[in-house]
Design a protein around this ligand. Sequence first.
Ligand code: RB5
Length: 147
Amino acid sequence: MKKVVVANDQGAVELTASIVEHLKKQGFEVNYLGIGEPVSVDYPDMAKAACEEFKKGGYEFGVLCCGTGIGISICANKIDGIRCALPQNCYAATMCKEHNDANFIAFGGRIDYPQPVLNMLDSYINTDVSMDERHVRRRAKMMALEK
Ligand code: RB5
């Protein structure tokens, strides 16, 4: 079964619950490391836990949610090997997979998106990574920035 790791902070409890349910309906095994009720946690800790779990291997991708998606995605992108996208709409959710090979996708529970988050998530899931030479080259340069 395809595995996904998911975490959130108090800014996205309901949104994350809907994402977990949606992923399970699609047949994903969800390792949920977030909080299911609005208790105060620190989003860097949630990002770290999910990214470290992802790096153990066996996961298709990860999902991170906070109030804006910004703090938690910034934290994830500080961890080696993580490419966390924060898409604005379905087009960006598609492109972050096709061009950037994002292995994490982040959303904000307090953001009014122009399209439903679950549609954005599906855009990401249903897109293949481009192996076009220019995208492979750009991704290699992106990851070289970690060094
Ligand atoms: C928590 O209140 C909030 O700061 C967090 O969810 C997120 O929006 C940070 O980027």
